[in-house]
Design a protein around this ligand. Structure first.
Ligand code: GLY
Length: 365
């Protein structure tokens, strides 16, 4: 009987296939942004916050929760609009659509990895600072650009969340085409995952199969501030690979996967959504910024909060990442787990150019 690699495929979202989450190698440390300096071992409770280097902000700005290559692709069309002082929401939407429409991104939109049944179910949200209005869709099937549907929920209804079949009908009423979102690559990964879930079922992987694949991380946050200082954000995802059909992550939940306050700033989350939901993660980040934390400090604070509510690092074998921008265009990014070769990144574009920021992590793996 071939050994089935159950653990590998049962891990929550993480982004580095070479990472192990098992506890012995894990050290709880704080890496200070910019300084790259490891502080001595400390308990979760004692973790130093507010060590993030303060950056000077600049607006207009558009940023996303990805590094260099995706960052360039994603931000270019949005920046084109923003620098011409076109609509902030148009700018963010066109940028979010880049990943949604790209089948090479297996965590967002078309080409996203499916649920347990092999069906792609997408979540997305949008929030607009000047009106404090928002919209989202959850578990929507067959539509490549859920963030565009979320925008219509915000702009063309009195509702905030539309889910499943209702969201699909709403999208079709607005002219969206229903399409098969499952690419061949995503289908093959799903099949491999099914075959390796258990050695007590009847599915057998082929002898020469390559089962070294992890459950890839996903989701993208796109945040922006226009020339007038108005703030908005989008979060979009195909959610947790292999999720139970109908599972909704943090991405479509306002305050969890996305939050915007026009007086303060914006924040977005990626990673294991359940942890972000039960801490109201993005709301938490924005409220800490309101109290005076920098975006970097606030992103570190929510990571610490998640570790704390789980009873400390020994219980944390998942990852979450937060990005944030404040009203003056200062940015921050932090994640729970990381190491020197796996730091959280964000990319942003301002009139001064395109930049990538490597942020901080709280637990070394
Ligand atoms: N953060 C994406 C999800 O958990 O669905």
């Amino acid at each position: 009987m071939r050994l089935k690699n159950m653990l590998k495929f049962r891990l929550p979202i993480k982004s580095n296939s070479n990472q192990t989450i098992m506890g012995s190698r894990r050290k709880f440390i704080q890496k200070t942004l910019g300084l790259g300096m490891a502080l001595p071992l400390m308990s979760t409770k004692m973790a130093s916050l507010g060590l993030g280097k303060k950056r000077d902000g600049e607006v207009p700005i558009i940023l996303c929760s990805r590094g260099e290559s995706w960052g360039k692709k994603v931000l270019a069309p949005g920046w084109e609009k923003l620098q011409k002082n076109e609509s902030l929401l148009d700018a963010l939407e066109v940028s979010a659509n880049v990943t949604e429409l790209d089948p090479d991104d297996m965590s967002v939109g078309y080409g996203g990895l499916p649920n347990e049944d092999g069906v792609v179910q997408l979540d997305a949200s949008i929030m607009y600072g000047p009106t404090h209005n928002c919209g989202s869709v959850a578990g929507i099937e067959g539509i490549k650009t859920p963030s565009s549907v979320a925008r219509l929920v915000m702009e063309r209804t009195n509702h905030i969340h539309l889910v499943g079949e209702g969201a699909l009908r709403f999208a079709k009423a607005h002219g969206f085409k229903e399409e098969d979102l499952l690419t061949d690559k995503a289908r093959r990964m799903w099949l491999r995952w099914k075959e390796n879930l258990s050695d007590k079922d009847d599915r057998l992987p082929p002898e020469d199969g390559d089962y070294g694949l992890d459950r890839p991380t996903g989701t993208i946050n796109v945040l922006g501030i226009d020339q007038e200082g108005n703030i908005a954000g989008i979060t979009t995802t195909s959610g947790l690979f292999g999720k139970i059909p109908g599972r909704i992550g943090d991405s479509p939940i306002i305050g969890a996967g996305l939050y915007v306050d026009n007086e303060v700033g914006a924040a977005g989350a990626t990673g294991l959504g359940e942890e972000v939901i039960r801490t109201c993660g993005s709301f938490y980040v924005v409220e800490r910024m309101r109290e005076g934390m920098s975006p970097q400090e606030a992103c570190e604070a929510i990571c610490k909060r998640i570790i704390d509510i789980n009873g400390g690092e020994k219980n944390v074998d998942f990852n979450d990442k937060f990005v944030a921008v404040n009203k003056s265009g200062e940015v921050g990014v932090a994640q729970i787990q990381g190491n020197d070769n796996w730091k959280p990144e964000l990319a942003y574009q301002t009139p001064s150019g395109f930049k990538v920021v490597k942020g901080s992590y709280l637990i070394e793996v």
